[in-house]
Design a protein around this ligand. Structure first.
Ligand code: TXE
Length: 499
């Protein structure tokens, strides 16, 4: 169990500035995926709690004065949140590791990213994006201003719980929106801790509300209502489709980040060792539970055998273990249910004729028996039409396809319904430039993989979603654009005669 000190226990729904239990008295046990133990019990909201949270956010937006708060106050709040996150870095990282299974090293990277995101949006809010338009008539003052979009439903998944929720909360606060945050029911603990810090930093009642529950219980209260002005969702494509459908009923704005199936293309002129290392990390970091994981290797035929052999050697050496153990290089899958999904994909790969090079099993270490661990898995000689090549397995499964010409590599790199991220490795700069422009993905890495920064947009083409997080566009998601035309010398226009 997490200690009370670590979790700051007590009621875990936060509605209208008060910590409260679920109206229906529901609770949910939160499980450590590394050993199957219960680490905390949190409140499980019902529809009525979600409706109350939306009503609180609505009132705080419509009559609570938050949208008109001076920018300096919003900036001050964001910076106080960043400072308290930095002060609580160790506790937050430990919570994230216990809840998600990821290694402590990864959790620290996440917390540091979150601190940077709050600071970045404090900076951007202070900068402003309003502009004057020159109409050519000195009597007319034409201004284009940004205003908060309104009440936002922020729905996040379980793979980067604190980080993905912060990518939403920070710009929403910067813009002057009010919000209801719903973390994944599988991993709510770091978001509860974050909202406790936001509360202590002095956010006015109703501006930030928090509910935990499953999408089935509370989803429609957040997504099928005219009281919500924007739904920002990160999660699976199937859920994204449902949410977009609900949003359409009320013409609610949507921002969707729905994952990907991300190609990593390796040419024979690329530096061999760094390419092997990047493909390995891109595929198996966080046991592949990364929306931008590079789980589709597209490698030139001339180096494929040697490359796959080197990769397999490195994959077998990855130390799979509990995230709190400093010796572990990657942790378990997030749940037993998710491991079952990954195992079903491995069975599909074998049945479909892909050649299993390594992995394809649970680790046989008895110390890992109670956790949802799975070995890094490589399938060679895959075909583009296989389901393991086209679908997001969200586990430690790397598929390998071979190509012979540049055009074939490009065709395969764009051969996906998604379009979140892609990597290219080559020493030929002209080829690299051609590929970075021709690949239809929201992020393209050339001779690198997996990196991002709060100041650059993140999001996808195609079925990877709608809109962008991070960067200036990540703030614009939470803003409406208004044109104000001010005639400083009104006079009779004379369009119609007055006799
Ligand atoms: O996600 P869901 P799941 C992918 C990955 C994974 C698959 C399913 O392939 O195997 O999605 O994962 C909330 N209305 N990604 O089932 O269901 C839910 O409670 C409103 C990619 O865990 O999409 C949670 O808070 N909300 C992804 C959030 O949606 C609903 C990261 C995500 O859950 C809802 C995670 C509803 N009807 C999984 N149904 C990425 N893009 O990084 C569910 N939710």
């Amino acid at each position: 169990m997490l200690s009370d000190d670590e979790l700051c226990c007590g009621p875990s729904l936060y509605i209208d500035g008060k910590w409260t239990n679920a109206l229906g008295g529901g609770t949910r046990d939160i499980v450590n995926p590394a050993d199957g133990t219960v680490i905390a019990t949190v409140d499980e909201a019902d529809r009525a709690d979600a409706v109350a949270a939306v009503a609180a956010a609505r009132a705080a937006f419509d009559t609570g004065g938050w949208p008109a708060t001076p920018v300096s106050e919003r900036v001050g709040l964001l910076l106080r949140i960043a400072d308290s996150l930095a002060a609580e870095r160790d506790r937050l990282a430990r919570i994230e590791t216990l809840d998600t299974g990821k290694t402590l090293r990864e959790s620290y990277i996440d917390v540091d990213d979150v601190i940077a995101v709050f600071r970045y949006y404090a900076h951007l809010a202070a900068t402003g994006a309003d502009r004057l338009v020159d109409i050519g008539d000195p009597a007319i003052v034409s201004r284009v201003v940004r205003e908060p979009v309104g009440v936002c439903a922020l729905i996040a998944p379980w793979n980067y719980p604190l980080l993905q929720m912060s990518w939403k909360i920070a710009p929403a606060l910067a813009a002057g929106c009010t919000m209801v945050a719903k973390p994944s029911e599988v991993t709510p603990l770091s978001t509860i801790a974050l909202v406790r810090l936001i509360d202590r930093a002095g956010v006015p009642p109703g501006v930030v509300n928090l509910i935990q529950s499953s999408g089935a219980r509370v989803g429609s209260a957040l997504t099928d209502t005219p009281d919500v002005d924007l739904i920002s969702f990160t999660g699976g494509a199937a859920t994204g489709e449902i949410i977009a459908g609900k949003a359409a009923r009320h013409i609610t704005r949507v921002a969707l980040e729905l994952g990907g199936k991300n190609p990593h293309i390796v040419f024979p002129d690329a530096d061999f060792d760094s390419a092997v290392d990047a493909v390995l990390t891109g595929a198996f970091l966080h046991s592949g539970q990364v929306c931008s994981a590079g789980t589709r290797l597209i490698v030139h035929e001339s180096i494929a055998d040697e490359f796959v052999a080197a990769l397999a050697g490195r994959a077998r050496a990855i130390r799979v273990g509990p995230g709190l153990d400093p010796a572990s290089e990657t942790g378990p899958l997030v749940s037993e249910a998710h491991r079952a999904k990954v195992e079903a994909y491995v069975a599909l790969g074998i049945a479909g004729g892909a050649r299993l090079v390594t992995g394809g099993a649970r680790p046989d270490d008895p110390a890992l028996r109670d956790g949802s661990f799975y070995l890094p898995t490589i399938f060679d000689h895959c075909h583009r039409l296989m389901r393991i090549v086209q679908e997001e397995t969200f586990g430690p499964i790397l598929t390998v396809e071979r190509f012979t010409t540049d055009d074939e590599a490009l065709m395969l790199g764009n051969d996906t319904a998604y379009g979140l991220a892609a990597g290219v490795r080559t020493a030929d700069l002209a080829r690299g430039e051609r590929f970075t422009r021709a690949l239809r993905h929201g992020t393209v890495w050339l001779n690198d993989f997996g990196y991002y920064t709060p100041a650059a947009e993140w999001g996808g083409f195609g079925r990877s979603g709608i809109g962008r997080e991070l960067g200036p566009s990540g703030l614009a998601e939470y803003q409406e654009t208004k044109h104000i035309w001010h005639n400083t010398a009104p006079a009779v226009g004379g369009w119609f005669t007055d006799n």
